[in-house]
Design a protein around this ligand. Structure first.
Ligand code: ATP
Ligand code: MG
Length: 439
């Protein structure tokens, strides 16, 4: 992509309205613009990152056996009356009427709708189990939208829903999502700690929030230090096998959000030097809710003994748009964002130090073609701008590699390759630089 043809509005000044670093950097780097309170337009660079985050979520959902569908953003209020949640949901729900004065709502979550889909066509225990998910915009009229995309009103969520014949079977579906989450966040360069969360009216031990430790996080958390650096389960994890050891390895150590924190247990179970009290960002939340929706909505199948059995459900959310903020909170420096390779909008930023100079243009065009043909995503700064401005732009948008080509280096046949994360710079021949990037 040539920067001269891209849309990348960089802000040189620090936006005053932004309280936390990720929000500031998302505005400065031209990732998003606020359209109204808690609602953002995703500009091209931010949109690419959003799609990359989604893609990792998708791949890990597929690995865990979940199947993607897509439900509408608008829902009928009648479904929510059936489940009994319509009146109780309160002002967070955006309620709308269509031209026939039918009550509609912009979905804050989809338990009712997925239950409706499933109950229409699932008849037998033989059709179970399965987990369905979608990645769709949600709307919650948050009382205090803030921190940019972290607490928006419109936000993108992956929400999965599992359907099983019993609590015991649902536990297995739960474990698959639990392990999928460890892999999903790990691939984005994040250390997400699963913490015991409020299971709601159902009770039990099947409710966890996945939390990224960050000083700017909204949740207060308490956990065993060893949880923070645990390895993520590998690509070879067998999701059809027994995952209980992987889950138990995490859940046997103390980790709780403030809602569930038990100070006496924390003191007794965790040695003093391992006690970690911190703030964190909730990037995912999974829980088992049993027959909470299937009972009022009459979602049942014929069981093995012939009698009707209510479906046992769980739901599993990932804050896809919030993750962008969380990744930036975890990975930046004074000059800007440092994207982990897996979600970087482009792999390489190619800087032409003297646009308009024939030899430099020719060398840049040639390198650009070679990198692009090798399958790398390159953002080529071909604009007629000062070098200083180009460097600052590349630093703030945080691409993993910067390749700098100018007339002085070309005279000696060299270019400069910079690794954004470390700031390390190397003078290399063009071929060596290409080999290093293409690998
Ligand atoms: P929170 O406690 O942060 O309000 P929640 O418990 O209401 O979140 P869930 O209903 O579990 O959230 O939603 C699943 C995920 O969606 C959350 O883990 C979070 O990452 C994300 N999320 C929830 N609310 C918002 C929001 N207002 N803006 C951005 N992401 C959100
Ligand atoms: Mg939650």
């Amino acid at each position: 992509m040539r920067l001269s043809r891209f849309f990348l509005p960089i802000l040189r000044e620090t936006p005053k309205e932004a309280e936390i670093v990720s929000h500031r950097l998302m505005l400065r780097a031209g990732l998003v613009r606020q359209m109204s309170a808690g609602m953002y337009a995703w500009l091209p660079l931010g949109h690419i990152v959003l799609r990359k985050i989604e893609q990792i979520v998708r791949e890990e959902q597929a690995r865990a056996g979940a199947v993607e569908l897509l439900m509408p953003t608008l829902q009928s209020a009648d479904l929510w009356r059936e489940s009994g949640r319509y009146d109780g949901y309160g002002k967070e729900m955006l309620r709308i009427q269509d031209r026939h004065e039918r009550d509609m709502l912009y979905g804050p979550t989809n338990e009712e709708m997925i239950t409706d889909i499933v109950r229409r066509d699932i008849k037998s225990y033989k059709d179970l189990p399965f987990t369905l998910y979608h990645i769709q915009w949600k709307f919650r009229d948050e009382i205090r939208p803030r921190f940019g995309v972290m607490r928006g009103r419109e936000f993108l969520m992956k929400d999965a829903y599992s359907f099983d014949l019993s609590e015991e079977a649902a536990r297995i579906s739960y474990q698959k999502q639990f392990v999928a989450y460890l892999r999903t966040f790990g691939r984005m360069g994040l250390k997400a700690v699963p913490m015991k969360a409020d299971p709601g009216p159902i009770g039990g031990d099947l409710s966890h929030e996945f939390i990224i430790l960050a000083d700017t996080g909204e949740s207060e958390v308490f956990c065993h230090r060893d949880l923070v650096d645990m390895d993520i389960p590998g690509e070879d994890t067998d999701f059809d096998g027994d995952l209980s050891d992987i889950v138990a390895g995490r859940t046997s150590l103390y980790a709780a959000t403030d809602e569930m924190h038990e100070p006496e247990r924390f003191e007794a179970e965790v040695p003093e030097d391992k006690r970690l009290t911190a703030r964190g960002i909730e990037v995912g939340h999974i829980f088992y809710f049993g027959t909470k929706y299937s009972e009022p909505m009459k979602a049942a199948v014929q069981g093995p003994e012939g009698s009707e059995v209510l479906l046992h459900g769980g739901s599993y959310g990932v804050g896809v748009s919030r993750l962008m903020g969380a990744i930036i909170e975890a990975s930046h420096d004074d000059d800007g964002i440092i994207w982990p390779d897996a979600v970087a909008p482009f792999h390489v930023g190619l800087i032409n130090l003297k646009s308009g100079d024939d030899a430099t243009d020719a060398a840049c065009d040639d390198v650009y073609a070679k990198l692009t043909n090798a399958g790398l995503d390159v953002l080529y700064d071909d604009r007629d701008e000062r070098a200083g401005g180009k460097f600052a732009t590349m630093d703030v948008i945080g691409l993993p590699w910067q390749l700098v080509i100018g007339p002085r280096g070309l005279k000696n046949g060299t270019v400069e390759l910079k690794r954004r994360a470390t700031g390390e710079k190397e003078e290399l021949t063009i071929d060596t630089a290409l080999n290093k990037l293409i690998g």
